[in-house]
Design a protein around this ligand. Sequence first.
Ligand code: F6R
Length: 605
Amino acid sequence: MCGIFGYVGDRDEAPQLVLAGLKKLEYRGYDSWGIAARQASSAPARLLVDKHTGKIGQATTTLPAARAALGHTRWATHGGVTEANAHPHVDCQGRLAIIHNGIIENHAELRRELVALGHTFASQTDTEVVCHLLEEELTREADAEDAANSDPCHRLAQVLMSVFRRLDGLSAIGVLDPQLDCIAAAKNGSPLVLGWGNGGNFLASDSSALLDHTRRLTFLEDGQAALITRDSLTVYDVISGDPIAKPRVWDITWEQEVDSLDGYPHYMAKEIAEQPPVLRRLAAERAEAAQRLADSILAASTVHLVGCGSASNAARCGEYLFSRVASRQANCVVGSEFGYLADFLDERSLVVGLSQSGETIDLLDSMKSAQRRGAKLSALVNVEGSSLYRLVDDPILLSAGPERCVLATKSFTAKLGVLVMAAYAARGRLEAGRALLEQAADEIQSLLSDGRVEQIRALARRIADAEHLYVIGRGPSYPMALEAALKIKEVSYMHAEGFAGGELKHGVIALIDSGTPCIVLAPNDETFRAILSGAEEIKARGGRIIGISPFASDVWDEHIPVADVGEAASIVNAVPAQVLAYELALARGLDPDKPRNLAKSVTVK
Ligand code: F6R
């Protein structure tokens, strides 16, 4: 959550570079944004701040030429969406600009302390305490004897580290001092990446924003700080304050992000359409990795599939797949809950983290606590170099390409693709798993190119005003029902709920009213007859039944036919749900790529 981008170097257009970087990071938060720049032409150098509420979109900045700038795109945690709460924030003298991603848990105590010392606060954010703490420290430092002799940029980094040590919670912080040609940064929890450029260096929340400028990156680890100047990047240990000799520099070879809509009206439509090639690539390139995952699963005493949101739905699909295909128990747990359920983990346990971004804090926290208990870690992750990717020894890269829409689509089906292959591999039938992936890819391609998209569009227009929408599935289709409902609610803001078909009679059926749309997932498996009975019961109470199934039935008011692809059914069934969610958003006049209140990378608790 929140995007950070900074630059110090030779180029006069630092504010424009930062704005372009923020546009790439906007998926991390888009309720307001701002940039601070060191004005090159004034002496002494002045700090200029340009802040706005709303999405960046096609915005330009009024900031004049500058060679150092620091910007932020916000997902509000403390304080409403106002210009005053937008970052960067400044100290009382307007000397330092601070941006922050994360939460400062002890901000209230710190604020009280600073107010008592005479500081004036201009925002309701937790972040602003950092401005005033830095101001205090710098004033104190200025009086210290050795301060005059030390390099002022290095001193800024030291002062930031001493302030950072006082903060509770998980944060990434950047500070620009316009008197100095440098940015200092520190992180714990939230991601920060340094970019080694030519004639200038960079700071960003993730690598994708840097690849236009450099492929030489250093990923800051938790408890590290950095100093970014025109000619150098220095990494420090926050606790000791000492520089770290030779921080690791990654030479990034992965494909440059294709950051264009390629003629699609939205990234969501583009990313839905990209699923067949993603699945084919996984079948071709990740079979060995899936076999290695299967071997680790077979060797473990207990297996835990952990993820958040859509990734937890993928994990639950995995739970069914391993049980059905490989007769193996693999427990699905939501990332934010795993820590409360992990007392029994030991060195024979295997924890598999599932994540598109590889930065979801609830997942990372539980993986790290499992690691401390000796558990082995594995991961299915889409972003190379992300925190999750770096945390585990043998991560499986989903290679789904950048997912710009806030909703997970191709990364969700890619996770299922790897899980299908791994489940078959655990049974000694990897080739059968690969073949299913290819069949699923073919079926999705047909679905997206024949009349079914048009059919779903017309359906979306008919049900766009419904108050509630329900999705039911049994067995392996139960997690898919949860995922379909999640997709619909997050992008259309309709109330949508997914249920296990068998739960209907235990209370859920009270929700069904005349005309309530109910999606029924009915693949060709042992759940078919029972889910059809559930559909009959809903219909008898006035529900409008939308069947996603290879089979026709009288109970369907609307039938979206899908091919029978066996244990890969959830991969195929995900797609009509994604298309319906997308079309519902359009029918309701909403932006499918940036739904309200959400952010792509959830790096705060
Ligand atoms: C739903 C969605 C979210 C994410 C969740 C985990 O469409 O995108 O529920 O799936 O925030 O994110 P990652 O996979 O990045 O860990």
